[in-house]
Design a protein around this ligand. Structure first.
Ligand code: CP
Ligand code: NVA
Length: 301
């Protein structure tokens, strides 16, 4: 049987994603701590830094009775030119699943193609699906079903924004993306959303995007790896998209504020917003643990 990979939300049917969320909620609410993954080993490969992804996957595996091996690029022969394909073949002989945080989507796809064990996307330049599972779970804990609700993204049209687009289509909510013209999400992604009946609206005006919404989301102005692109005016482009008290005031009175973290207070969000009463950022971080335990169980059972 083919391995159950968790690569991107657009590859799933909505029912499976819903089941993963339900199981995540059950795990959080103290369902018996079955050691469902006893004896299982997860390898985690990090080509970029991480706090939440690394710790939540390690703690999650251990809570389920399994264990982890953590590798950064410089610990492996990938750093010296061994291919991802060969690494996938070798790791599959040692471990039961692989979580990969990398740069290109091709690296992730090669890992999934050549591994004979499940592969989980722990973020690429293009997407961050585990984050979105935690974010939808967080929204629903506070506000009930996300279907039919309205979420606004204000900032860079980056990897996390792309996974919000996937989530909007799969979970049936409206997504309004306010991004600078120069930092829009890829046209192919927006086409995919349109073709799949998604309500994804793109604008360059953050005030217009957040008007009356249930949730406002942003992310760092500089994602990991962006510094290598040598752009000089990113901060100027993104300053009008900062989530501050004035922007939040245009949303619903009880709108949630979300951010995948790490945050940069004074850049993409003010301290008053992220540390204020509408912010649910710590719940988002916590829910990574619960929903990823659900994903790990689905991949490995
Ligand atoms: N949100 C998130 O993935 O955080 P880390 O980069 O710390 O893993
Ligand atoms: N967009 C950010 C998310 C970090 C979790 C990045 O890629 O650096």
């Amino acid at each position: 049987m083919a391995s159950r990979h968790f690569l991107d939300l657009d590859q799933f049917d909505a029912g499976t994603l819903r089941k993963l969320l339900d199981q995540g909620r059950a795990l959080k609410s103290g369902a018996p701590p079955a050691k469902k993954l006893a004896g299982k080993m997860l390898a985690m490969l990090f080509d970029k830094p991480s706090t939440r992804t690394r710790v939540s996957f390690e703690v999650g595996m251990k809570q389920l009775g399994g264990d982890v091996v953590i590798l950064s690029q410089r610990d492996t022969q990938i750093g010296r030119g061994e291919t991802v394909a060969d690494t996938a073949r070798v790791l599959s002989r040692y471990v039961d699943a692989i979580m990969m945080r990398t740069t290109t989507r091709k690296n992730l796809e090669d890992m999934a193609r050549y591994a004979t064990v499940p592969v989980i996307n722990g973020l690429t330049d293009d997407s961050h699906p585990c984050q979105l599972m935690a974010d939808v779970m967080t929204f629903e804990e506070r506000r009930g079903p996300i279907a039919g609700k309205v979420v606004a993204w204000s900032g860079d049209g980056n990897n996390v924004a792309a996974s919000w687009v996937h989530a909007a289509v799969k979970f049936g909510f409206e997504l309004r993306l306010a991004c600078p013209r120069e930092l829009m999400p890829p046209p192919a992604l927006l086409d995919w959303a349109r073709k799949n009946g998604g309500k994804v609206i793109v604008t360059h005006d953050p005030q217009q995007a957040v008007a009356g919404v249930d949730c406002v989301v942003t992310d760092a102005w500089l994602s990991m790896g962006d510094e290598k692109k040598g752009e000089t005016n990113r901060h100027n482009l993104l300053a009008p998209f900062r989530v501050d008290e004035r922007l939040m005031a245009a949303a619903k009175k009880d709108a949630l504020f979300m951010h995948c973290l790490p945050a940069h207070r004074g850049e993409e969000v003010t301290g008053g917003v992220i540390d204020g009463p509408q912010s649910v950022v710590w719940d988002e971080a916590e829910n990574r643990l619960h929903v990823q335990k659900s994903i790990l169980t689905w991949c490995l059972e």
